[in-house]
Design a protein around this ligand. Sequence first.
Ligand code: C2E
Ligand code: MG
Ligand code: MG
Ligand code: MG
Length: 288
Amino acid sequence: RAKSEGRNCYRVFTPEMDETVNLRRIIEEELRIALTTGEGLEVAYQPQIAMGDNSIVGVEALARWRHPTRGYIPPSQFIPVAEQTGLIVQLGEWVLRQACLASQRWPDLFVSVNLSPIQFRANDFANHVISIVRECGADPYKIELEVTESVLLDEECGTADALRALRNAGLRIALDDFGTGYSSLGYLHRFEVDKIKIDRSFTQSLGQGTKAAAVIKAIVSLGHAMSLTVTAEGVETEIQKNFLHTAGCNEMQGYLFSKALSQEQITRLLMQSSSKKIQCYAGGSPIF
Ligand code: C2E
Ligand code: MG
Ligand code: MG
Ligand code: MG
């Protein structure tokens, strides 16, 4: 028995794992190339909508990778590899620059950019971000940074100081995927943030006999008690939207309104809705 257990211990590389390791190496190599040539990498922008009047108030910048031969590779595949290999630092900076440049085309919108916890670990991270925003000529008050709760857990890294420096420079901070991490409540009062984004798993569990409705209401009242903006992610149906509106969410984001679009599509969308009121962006052909 001991022998068979021992044997199991040596079966570290199953064929499937070999595949995974290979795939990861391929993604790493090709992402490195894409980051130097810029080929295949794009930034898509998903509208964020005000609950009150359905106007577009901002967009979230999302990395897109269209590989010349492998086709579309979703962020769920390449972001983790980028984080494991440190390439996220370069990728994140590239996305931030693109977003800052794009934001100048949209005077009335804020643009939010996702930041990985890995990026926060770099020396003098906050000042680095601030100088990129200035270099690109963007208005810092229109740039929002999305961080996950895991960033707040990294206490030794001077996270609180970094967030404060960023906010002092005018940037806004949003807590992404809120409710899925650890100690959400305990950490909130110790860090300066402006917004919480309720994770889409809660939105999508609405009406499924779960406690999602209660959790959402609790997050909204907590957020408002702390003067934060509350955004709901992953809104796909009118029923979800109506619940979130009644619950008091300030903003929402989801396929009900729009998927992430190219920069040109966003500009066109803003021109079409010159009253800035869009009901539901079902038309057109979102390419992302
Ligand atoms: P996230 O920051 O929570 O971004 C929202 C994700 O939800 C996006 O997926 C978006 O396309 C998707 N989404 C939006 N509305 C709906 C909806 O109604 N239904 C469903 N099912 N999904 C919806 P995406 O673009 O695939 O990105 C996944 C994650 O990858 C992001 O989650 C973010 O954590 C990460 N990511 C993407 N771009 C970047 C980046 O530039 N830097 C970093 N660090 N992470 C990124
Ligand atoms: Mg995000
Ligand atoms: Mg996220
Ligand atoms: Mg999210």
